[in-house]
Design a protein around this ligand. Structure first.
Ligand code: BJW
Length: 244
């Protein structure tokens, strides 16, 4: 079933639900001016695939390129503001007894919209750690040109505290996300291409465990044929219809 607003039957289902989970991806921040990964044709995204920049191999090959990509993205995110989709999810959390918000985004916009209990599967662009074994968190550094700054403790190059391709997601966060997907009655999947695992497995897992799965996305994804409801439109327009 495809609509652009939450239909009355689904609103009623949400009103009665005790446990709801939501997974968000880059599309939820698109209307804040934060580029998505796979449907943008400008800047660095035009020349590189996410796999060519967001991986330990890319960082080993060209640390300055990867560091500068994230520096550019930190500036972009700092200049962005949460949009009505982020605010609608923060408001929904106050109405559902057990609401779990899971995001693949590293931009911090859910937090800035007021969502507090948040599972950030792929880390945060706001935190910087070193690339050494200990992953020391570093709060201040000085840029000196050609290479990323180095850790004051172990001298390893600094990197953003995010999860790159081929790296494991923190066990506690991914376990909590799968638990929420298993236990929820309604699972909202918003603005993600559902191409990147293990996050992409969550809505399918919720579906297999009996949840009503709702997709909010202007475009079809691998989840579309499985979703019980497809709300086909931009998240910033669709999610505020939750408040009708
Ligand atoms: C709108 C909109 C609007 C637009 N409103 N919507 C099983 C099968 C196959 C492969 C694997 C597998 N398990 C693991 C893998 C390998 C790999 C993987 O998934 N590869 C696939 C590409 C095939 N996964 C991993 O490596 C993961 N690690 C792992 O599994 O560890 C165990 C392991 C280790 C070693 C070997 C094997 C296993 C780690 C994945 C980490 C992903 N990291 C990134 C970068 C994070 C940091 C950063 O931000 O730079 O995460 S990649 C990038 O993709 C980022 C995103 O979070 C993630 C998902 O992207 P997302 O959010 O879906 O964005 P888009 O752009 O793809 O889609 C946007 C959507 O929004 C579109 O659908 C639009 O239509 C929509 N949209 N405007 C609503 N206004």
């Amino acid at each position: 079933m495809t609509t652009v607003a939450f239909p009355a039957a689904l609103l009623e289902r949400l009103r009665r639900a005790r446990r709801v989970a939501a997974l968000t991806g880059a599309g939820v921040s698109a209307e804040s001016g934060v580029p998505t990964f796979r449907d943008v044709h400008s800047g660095l995204w035009a020349r590189y695939r996410p796999e060519d920049l967001a991986s330990p191999e890319a960082f080993a090959r060209d640390p300055a390129l990867v560091w500068n990509w994230y520096a550019w993205r930190r500036q972009n995110v700092a200049a962005a503001a949460p949009n009505p989709a982020h605010f609608a999810l923060a408001a929904l959390a106050t109405l559902i007894p057990e609401f779990t918000l899971i995001t693949q985004n590293v931009d911090g916009l859910h937090r800035r919209a007021g969502s507090q209990a948040l599972i950030e599967l792929h880390g945060s662009i706001q935190r910087t750690v070193c690339s050494g074994r200990q992953r020391h968190e570093v709060e201040q550094w000085t840029e000196d040109g050609s290479e990323p700054p180095r850790c004051p403790v172990c001298s390893a190059l600094l990197r953003p505290d995010v999860v790159w391709f081929g790296e494991s997601l923190p066990h506690d966060t991914i376990d909590a996300a799968f638990r929420a997907a298993e236990e929820c009655e309604v699972f909202l999947c918003i603005g993600t291409s559902t191409l990147v695992y293990p996050a992409a497995e969550l809505p399918f897992f919720a579906h297999r465990h009996g949840a009503c799965v709702v997709e909010v996305n202007p475009h079809n994804t691998p989840l579309s044929s499985v979703a019980d409801f497809r709300l086909s439109g931009p998240a910033g327009e669709v999610l505020p219809t939750l408040q009708r």
